[in-house]
Design a protein around this ligand. Structure first.
Ligand code: NAP
Ligand code: L37
Length: 294
């Protein structure tokens, strides 16, 4: 039997529709719309693509976006100054500093300088700290992890009591998504590059979240029948038959795993669009909070 395909693209479009309606209501009632500042440092092609997609998504739902494209040799102090300006700008409700930053930048200091109330990526150390503890509400939850949970919820997948396995422990995906699964009462295993006998650990999963950045690493015979798979990986692999010369694949061998799983997200069209929808959601929530609508 072939798995249900979890259509992240369609679910994200539904969520954008919900956000658009709320933005219109805000405009009608307060004559204000949410604003998002997207700060990009340097010329990484993937980051440029994602920031462009984020700005386009803002426009679609009526959120104003402010783009800051800074050269790769921007100094720590100049970047801090941009963040401080945005903190002080009342039309900006969300500040996104696209990661990764160039090596000479102290990422922790930059993320810590973002006003807590505008930290729509949820990477401020205080928001991360709250995310990691019981009954401490972060003001914002990181977008990709939040999108993974939203996909499970909107697909009707129960999390409580399930064996969840997360592949990867990065600050932006693996670790925060693990925290969210734990808060939802999954029994959690986190795997990483030093994990021994990965396939046997993966085989225990009722819910598998893959965020390793290794194209099609998870094979069909690694997973338990009936598993629900959230594939966060976005990996470009050479493909001369495509116009661009490459195609995107996940961390999971989709064609194999879909024959064993109960449900699976595709790449593209799975988690990626949800990341952007959650950014819009966080920005709207921030603007509502600023207007005292919550
Ligand atoms: P990352 O910072 O490179 O972290 C990768 C994690 O995977 C690390 O914890 C690493 O272990 C682990 N790992 C690497 N190779 C492994 C292996 N062979 N076996 C087991 N674990 C292994 O990556 P990331 O930023 O979390 O991103 C992961 C993937 O998600 C990438 O493909 C990225 O493009 C994608 N992504 C997608 C979205 C989206 O919106 N869809 C958003 C962000 C990222 P160690 O900790 O031991 O090094
Ligand atoms: N919020 N997200 C936030 N902050 C950051 O600092 N790095 C980073 C981040 N990551 C990010 O934006 N990732 C991301 C990855 C994939 C998509 C969007 C965002 C996405 O939409 N991917 C599409 C395919 C895109 C393409 O064709 O190139 C998909 O369907 O998966």
């Amino acid at each position: 039997m072939s798995a249900k395909i979890i259509d992240g693209k369609a679910i994200a479009a539904t969520i954008r529709g919900e956000i658009k309606a709320e933005v219109e209501a805000m405009k009608a009632q307060y004559n204000k719309v949410p604003g998002l500042a997207a700060v990009l440092v340097g010329e990484r092609r993937d980051s440029q693509t994602y920031v462009r997609m984020k700005k386009r998504a803002c426009a679609e739902v009526g959120i104003t976006s402010f783009g800051y494209d800074l050269p790769g040799d921007t100094s720590q102090e100049d970047l801090l100054e941009v963040v401080r300006e945005l903190n002080a700008n009342p039309d900006v409700h969300g500040i996104l500093v696209q990661l990764p930053l160039p090596d000479h930048i102290d990422e922790e200091e930059i993320l810590g300088a973002i006003s807590l109330e505008k930290d729509v990526d949820g990477f401020h150390p205080l928001n991360i700290g709250r995310l990691s503890m019981k009954r401490r509400d972060p003001l914002f939850v990181p977008c990709t992890p939040k999108g993974c949970i939203e996909l499970l919820d909107r697909t009707g997948v129960e999390i409580e009591g399930k064996r969840a396995v997360v592949l990867g422990r990065s600050n932006i995906v693996g670790l925060p998504v693990a925290m969210l699964l734990l808060h939802r009462n999954a029994t959690l295993t986190i795997c990483h590059s030093r994990t021994k006998d990965l396939p046997s650990v993966v085989r225990e999963a009722d819910i598998l979240v893959a965020a390793v950045g290794r194209p099609e690493m998870v094979r069909g015979d690694w997973v338990k029948p009936g598993v629900v798979v959230i594939d966060v990986g976005v990996n470009a692999v050479d493909d001369p038959t495509r116009e661009k010369g490459y195609r995107l694949v996940g961390d999971v061998a989709f064609d194999e795993v879909k024959e064993v799983a109960a449900a699976i997200t595709p790449v593209p069209g799975g988690v990626g669009p949800m990341t952007i929808a959650m950014l819009l959601r966080n920005t709207l929530d921030s603007a509502k909070r600023a207007l005292g609508m919550e």
